[in-house]
Design a binder for this molecule. Sequence first.
Ligand SMILES: Cc1cc2nc3c(=O)[nH]c(=O)nc-3n(C[C@H](O)[C@H](O)[C@H](O)COP(=O)(O)O)c2cc1C
Ligand code: SF4
Length: 582
Amino acid sequence: MSDRLHLLHILHELQQKHRYIPEESIRDVAARFNLPISQIRAVVEFYAFFSTTPCGYYHILFSNCTSCGYQAGDTNLLHLLTEQLGVRIAQTHADRRVSVQETSCIGMCDHGASLLINGLPLIHLDSERITQMVGLIEAEKPLSEWPSPWFHIHDQIHKRGLLLKEDISAGDGLRAMLLRGRDETLTEISQSKLRGRGGAGFSTGLKWRLCKQAVGKAHYVVCNADEGEPGTFKDRMLLQQHADAMFEGMTICAHVIGAHQGFVYLRGEYRYLLPHLQTVLVRRRGSGLLGTTILGQRGFDFDIDIVVGAGAYICGEESALIESLEGKPGIPRSRPPFPVTHGYLGQPTVVNNVETFIAAAHIACKGATWFTSVGTTASTGSKLLSISGDCTSPGIYEYPFGVTIQQILQDCGASNVQAVQVGGPSGTLINQTALHRRIGFEDVSTGGSFMIFNEKRDMLAIIHRFTAFFAHESCGFCTPCRVGTTLLRKGLHKIIVGQGTRYDMAELQHMCELIRRYSHCGLGHTAANPILDGLQHFSQAFEQRLTQRDFIPHFDLDTALEAARQMTQRNDEGAHLDQGAE
Ligand SMILES: Cc1cc2nc3c(=O)[nH]c(=O)nc-3n(C[C@H](O)[C@H](O)[C@H](O)COP(=O)(O)O)c2cc1C
Ligand code: SF4
């Protein structure tokens, strides 16, 4: 299959062409793919980057990430933008010139407040830049005439370790594997004790072995470049600067497990990286590192397609990702069976993170001993961290596993730290008393996000934003997560606005446990983490906002009767409920 023929790509093209996906296009696509119209419509409706009503000529997706934030000082930049443009959030301006939507973290936390405009990241937003942008939109200037530094993504790498210090040359990993033998290479990966860098930390050697042993018509290799966890941007840098090593790792994996086809699932927010990645693929094909008879080895045939996602965090979950690759809504599958035996098209599939494949390529070149010489017994090697928030030097840092949080804070220039969110909203919230803890699978594990909050930050507001993120990103498949995450968001809001009681705190805790226990997938299992960690480590922040009353109803009947009052044109005392009654 060519990636140009992928359903998601065709929908992206339609969205770009019409600025929405018209009903007749949905019918055409259904006929082309020989699928029911309802199935195509379900896909269009599932993904945030597709719409069934027209977006503006300038379509803006404003990142509401907690870390880079959409605040500059006291100014809410999103509100400033919509006010100046005269457009409401999630609406298209009457003249169809511009539309503005809020979106989750776009992976630019090291570049300040940022947005995507027609798919391109625009960074370092402040009030002045917003005003200039509005001027350019009103003058209908094409993006090619906007100041180019606004779009210049500069990867700030502050600390290089095992992987970043010395890159490998294209083909070196493959040559080392062919010299060593494919089974011996698998042994080397196992002996390195490499564990997945995407968050869950499953043994890479074991994953490859299970997949190799699984029986199927074909085997597949998938690189998870969805990087949706707020505060994570290390894969963005790796894709930009180390794509060769990533493709090399995938090709090594393919030879080990016997796959001929691989995919990179690239998050929609990183679509701007697609031309660069395609160029690297073409170069590799030209150098005999992809395609048929790789490096002259008969039977070593493997190629890679890139499929671009469309704005759904859940598609980072490996089974949802596979559904999406198959051109369906990204709803997580029931597991087991796991992708290693029943993955893409029901066939044995390895799914690994970008950083994991790069580490595997390095291990193939330099050996397991080189890798295990760094890190701890349970967490060998290094970890790339995306550091953002309240520090003087945000950016990428590569540390040996086992480094303390305190050390990291010192290196990146963080002071007056109140909290660190390690591993994104689904990870661990650390307070001042736990800064001695270490990064590693045996202590604080992380896919790479490391967000710092100083003493000026309102912890409840941060926890609320994380909770709202999960409510927004819940795929809606199972009730505990779909309903529960929204109830958590509302329950927390009630406390924040000073209407929460002890009863609400107990309810919140109870709801957290239900969601964690009964949800279908990892999103639901971790969605309550910010509140649970908050209750444990920042209980005072909650206590301070509680009222002394036993109970205040969530539902305000008097407000709900407003519509009736307007219809009857009454606003006298008798048309209101008695607000004073306890
Ligand atoms: C909601 C959710 C989102 C996830 N997002 C990502 C992601 O963006 N990138 C990633 O590599 N893994 C992500 N994962 C983990 C993947 O499901 C999977 O474990 C990982 O891709 C396996 O690769 P690894 O073993 O190399 O870490 C996510 C998991 C969940 C539950
Ligand atoms: S837990 Fe949430 S994200 Fe996962 S399947 Fe259920 S509704 Fe979807």
